[in-house]
Unconditional design. Structure first.
Ligand code: FAD
Length: 380
């Protein structure tokens, strides 16, 4: 890690071997900490679909020394982002040559990113305990600053516990009410189809009133990722793992043109999730406990920044802990550096949500004016 940072001595327990947890584990271990990651899943297997990593996300991967491994599995964004109407006619084209470093914008399968981070964490000496479901976390007190992690049947104490346990974070509950999420009126399907018959390096975004569909290549074009969003009046569940009959996806997008029909005809497995808006947490740390990633700032997917923000958190948290031997001050500094930036990103993603579904003459103006990619500059 960077020169000028002190070594971190001591034990750190991280809850959750997702993108944020594994990145933080490697960063902290490289700085000298003895890190254990507790993950509820019995194995780190193939879950999720495509994830976009903008330059701010790939900058963290480079800083972690995992750049090459990431590039071996990621697909660069390619030539352009093309906006199309429901019939497939082109509305606008954004050449990627406009990006300062187009090669730093990658499409990655979430499972591949997790694998790179897992291998990176283990290589740095991190212990990853699988099949460990955390049921509660208790902060320390001034007289006993050790935090306590409760798993089924045992308790683990540590001077610092980092909650990287995602959307339904148990650790976040320790620090109080995160505020109520509300349903945005949109559901999203995600799917991948193999070997695209008309491969294009372009990102395609098809828009129609009440729905849109984004598709881009993964794994060098051997897979194509599809995310399709539709407006709905009600939904109850917020989960990454719910499967849906692909026939429902095809029916929802039956009015779209040939290219979309061709893609959807080849979907064999589809997942569906309800899109909920969450307030960014006000409290990111307590005595001996810190939160990161979706545990504090879940975002709508319309700026492709969920994974990037988790990676940024990991880097900044490690730098703050290495830069200040007083842990409470280090954690306060971490929240100070991250809170407003994450809130701005979450708000921008929310604003994009309505722009994608506009129709009529106003639409093109809104579509070309919206932030179409997660190209926010890396946080210094
Ligand atoms: P996550 O990456 O969600 O990781 C949280 C981790 O904590 C998970 O491994 C989870 O199993 C673990 N965990 C949760 N609760 C407990 C507990 N009580 N005890 C122990 N471990 C616990 N984003 C996309 O853009 N596209 C996708 O296709 C996509 N698929 C996803 C699939 C899954 C299964 C998950 C969990 C997330 C997915 N995401 C996807 C979300 C994306 O990965 C996150 O928004 C983002 O990377 C933030 O990362 P994070 O580390 O904060 O949380």
């Amino acid at each position: 890690m960077q020169n000028g940072l002190n070594r971190i001595d001591g034990r750190i327990v991280i809850v959750g071997a997702g993108i944020g947890g594994l990145a933080a584990a490697r960063a902290l271990a490289l700085l000298g900490a003895k890190v254990t990651v507790l993950e509820q899943a019995p194995a780190i297997t193939e879950v999720g679909a495509g994830i976009q990593l903008g330059p701010n996300g790939t900058a963290v991967m480079r800083a972690l020394g995992l750049d090459q491994a990431l590039r071996d599995t990621g697909t660069p964004i390619g030539r352009a982002l093309v906006l199309r109407n429901r019939h497939g006619a082109r509305l606008a084209r954004f050449p990627m040559s406009g990006l300062k470093r187009p090669d730093d914008y990658l499409f990655v399968h979430r499972a591949d990113l997790i694998k790179v981070l897992e291998q990176g964490a283990r290589a740095a000496g991190v212990t990853i305990d699988l099949g460990q479901r955390i049921t509660g976390v208790r902060t320390g007190t001034p007289s006993d600053p050790m935090a306590v992690v409760e798993t089924d049947g045992k308790e683990i104490t540590a001077p610092l516990v980092i909650g990287a346990d995602g959307l339904h974070s148990v650790t976040a509950r320790t620090l109080g009410d995160r505020g109520q999420p509300f349903f945005t009126g949109q559901v999203a399907w995600r799917a991948t189809v193999p070997k695209d018959p008309s491969p294009t390096a372009e990102v395609e975004l098809y828009m129609a009133p009440g729905r849109h569909l984004v598709t881009y290549p993964l794994r060098g074009g051997t897979l194509r990722n599809i995310v399709a969003v539709e407006e709905r009046s009600t939904w109850t569940e917020e989960s990454w793992s719910r499967q849906d009959d692909p026939a429902n996806l095809r029916a929802a997008f039956a009015q779209m043109g040939d290219r979309v029909q061709h893609l959807l005809a080849r979907v064999e497995t589809a997942h569906i999730w309800g899109l909920f808006r969450h307030p960014v947490a006000e409290r990111w740390h307590g005595t001996g406990v810190a939160l990161m990633g979706d545990a504090v700032h879940p975002t709508l997917p319309f700026l492709a920044q969920g994974a990037c923000m988790a990676l940024e958190d990991a880097w900044v948290l490690a730098a703050c802990l290495a830069g200040n031997s007083d842990q409470n001050l280090a954690l306060a500094g971490y929240q100070l550096r991250r809170h407003d930036r994450c809130r701005r990103i979450v708000d921008a993603a929310t604003r994009n949500a309505w722009a994608y579904h506009l129709s009529g003459p106003l639409a093109l103006g809104a579509h070309t004016g919206m932030r179409v990619l997660g190209t926010l500059a890396p946080q210094k």
